[in-house]
Design a protein around this ligand. Structure first.
Ligand SMILES: [Zn+2]
Length: 254
């Protein structure tokens, strides 16, 4: 079976989500981790995972969305996540972004609050780190975070080495098809540290609009090709990696 470890199905209309989930089922994608990015989308994420067994919810605050909120609004949203802890498997998408904003200090403060919540709830974090890769690693390390998925990590190999040393996971997104960076990641990072994602509706393997979880197989195939493994071996290993973070989810499928 295949696992899409990070996507945003809530960006689609309900009717389209229905078709997307059907296609994922056909393609043997058995787990889809849907990530919330703000107040409205978090509610939508919960609603979708109530409709489809394979769509698992992660609630979060995207760094740029969080910057638009007051401290009180952020606190209320973190309380909402806490209240729904039994309905979610992870906290995401969260992190820092210094491409879209230069407000480093406030982003750090917000991310710190989110990390504290993840530790309290004992949930993995699904982390966005665009142009803030080093800062994100440092704050995670300082908090002794263990359950971390670095989503679409674009940092250099010195930083990637730190991810590996910390035993964190990195995702291979479907745009690996044309991304030399992620092809290099596959070649240099141990399989034990890898997971796969589509980031749907973004990062389509053929640079088209409307990516979807069924395409996650592109990442698996690329790993198999570059590492010289059978696709079934990659499937098994990725399932085991995912199970290391989300054992209850894997157990529920058995
Ligand atoms: Zn995302």
């Amino acid at each position: 079976m295949y696992i899409d470890c990070h996507c945003h199905l809530d960006f689609y209309e309900d009717e389209k989500i229905e078709q997307i989930v059907k296609r994922a089922r056909k393609a043997n994608v058995k787990i889809i981790v849907n990530n919330g990015v703000n107040r409205v989308k978090n509610r939508k994420v919960l609603e979708i995972s109530e409709r489809y067994l394979e769509v698992k919810a992660a609630l979060g605050l995207y760094p740029i969305d969080a910057l638009k909120m007051s401290d009180k609004q952020i606190k209320d949203e973190l309380d909402f996540i806490r209240k729904n802890k039994d309905k979610i498997i992870a906290i995401g998408e969260v992190g820092m972004d210094l491409k879209e904003s230069s407000e480093l200090e406030r982003q750090k403060k917000i991310f710190q609050k989110i990390i504290k919540l993840a530790l309290e709830l004992n949930k993995p974090l699904i982390v966005h780190s665009r142009k803030a890769e080093k800062e994100v690693i440092e704050i995670l390390k300082k908090n002794k975070m263990k359950k971390v998925v670095m989503h679409c990590f674009n940092g250099n190999f010195k930083l990637i080495q730190r991810i590996v040393e910390n035993g964190w996971k990195m995702t291979i997104p479907t745009n690996v098809k044309s991304s030399e960076h992620f092809q290099q990641v596959i070649a240099r990072v141990p399989l034990e540290n890898l997971l796969c994602e589509t980031d749907s509706p973004f990062l389509h393997p053929d640079k088209l609009p409307d990516n979807e979880p069924a395409n996650v197989i592109v990442s698996y195939e690329k790993i198999a090709f570059i590492k010289g493994l059978k696709l079934s071996e990659v499937e098994e290993k990725i399932e085991r990696n995912f199970g290391g973070l989300f054992n209850a989810v894997i157990d529920s499928l058995k």
